[in-house]
Design a protein. Structure first.
Length: 375
């Protein structure tokens, strides 16, 4: 999803899991090598402890700012009562899984704007701290990261989809016209122009012999132009999916595990035979969370008699839909994952990408052969 590849949970903050994608691990290693090489050469430092200290500080400030950026999206989304199922760091930054469009254009605008604004604040704080420090490697690191965050804030606020600025433009146009699809079309078109602007910037640098920014500018330009050109197809697909509801495509409800069940029993009866699945956890027939093999093992390793409720994750951590949700919104919220369907807190079904694909093929491709429902 979104270029994360396989991802790994590293911690949970206020019920929001934070993951690192496999692509982030490569980026982190590359960043560490670049910084070590940089601090070992121009500064003439020979003490490994001093070099690694500077690298560690740079690493924490660089990636910490990304976590703050994504957390700002999550905090504002939660403030509006929107679900947040996680934050994932990937090679190009990160993304926050939330239904920012679920409560109208103003909320989507504010959730999107929270990221660039937080990065701008981080830049200001780092610049202030660095300005008051004595000359030296630490001051250099702090001030360089202040400048880098300022650049990130400005770039991320540009009106090009999928940057936050593109989402802000989408929400603004949606609010003015009353049509989200118009906002998507405008954001895609403007994003394409911004992408070509990055190409022009990279070409100008190449002509002048300055190659330092060519790769990131070309990467950004390719991302924006690609997203812009794909937008008409995305709008058409959403229009088609909007004709259906989750009730039209959901599967029967999956097995659920009572919250009072012991972890040992849950592992033996449900999780062990299906270690890759996430099971709903119920209390008096109402779904109150989910449990996975990893969570059960982590808690059950200390005491297999503890109840499943002690190891469950909140409902915010997986897509939760209702039977009445339109399929275009469902597809955006699922984002390649499996979700559960609740009606008044009661589990009534499950839905995933394969179910949406089956519904789409049967409706819009008369030659399609119905796929066997997932078990």
């Amino acid at each position: 999803m979104f270029g994360s590849g396989r991802r790994y949970r590293v911690l949970t903050v206020r019920g929001i899991p934070i993951y690192v994608g496999s692509s982030w691990l490569i980026m982190a290693a590359f960043y560490t090598w670049i910084e070590y090489t940089r601090f070992s050469d121009p500064f003439g430092v020979r003490d490994p402890a001093t070099i690694w200290g500077a690298v560690a500080l740079s690493f924490v400030l660089f990636f910490g700012a990304i976590v703050i950026h994504e957390s700002a999206h999550a905090v504002v989304a939660r403030a509006f009562g929107l679900p947040v199922s996680g934050i994932t760091l990937v090679f190009w930054g990160g993304y926050t899984e939330t239904r920012s469009n679920a409560k109208g254009p103003l909320r989507e605008l504010l959730v999107s704007a929270a990221g660039p604004l937080s990065t701008l604040v981080v830049a200001g704080v780092l610049w202030t701290i660095g300005h008051g420090m004595d000359l030296g490697m630490t001051r250099t690191v702090v001030r360089e990261l202040a400048g880098l965050n300022l650049i990130f804030a400005i770039v991320n606020a540009l009106p090009g989809f999928p940057l936050d600025g593109g989402r802000m433009l989408l929400a603004t146009t949606w609010g003015l016209t009353g049509k989200r699809r118009t906002g998507m079309r405008v954001a895609g078109s403007v994003g394409t122009l911004v992408g070509f602007g990055f190409f022009a910037f990279a070409a100008n640098g190449l002509a002048k012999g300055d190659t330092s920014w060519i790769f990131p500018m070309f990467l950004l330009g390719s991302t924006l132009v690609g997203a812009g050109r794909a937008m008409p197809g995305r709008i058409k697909l959403r229009d088609q999916l909007a004709q259906g509801r989750v009730a039209d495509t959901m599967r029967p409800p999956p097995d659920s595990i009572p919250a009072s069940t012991s972890l040992g029993d849950a592992i033996d009866r449900w999780l062990g035979p299906a270690p890759d699945r996430v099971f709903p956890v119920t209390d008096a027939s109402r779904v109150i969370g989910t449990v996975s093999m990893a969570g059960a093992r982590r808690m059950g390793a200390r005491d297999r008699m503890r109840p499943v409720g002690d190891a469950m994750a909140s409902l915010n951590q997986i897509p939760v839909l209702t039977p009445e949700d339109p399929l275009d919104d469902a597809a955006e919220w699922l984002a390649g994952r499996e979700g559960i369907v609740l009606r008044d807190g009661v589990l009534v079904g499950a839905v995933g990408p394969a179910d949406l694909d089956r519904w789409y093929r049967l409706r819009y491709d008369p030659t399609a052969v119905p796929a066997r429902p997932d078990r």
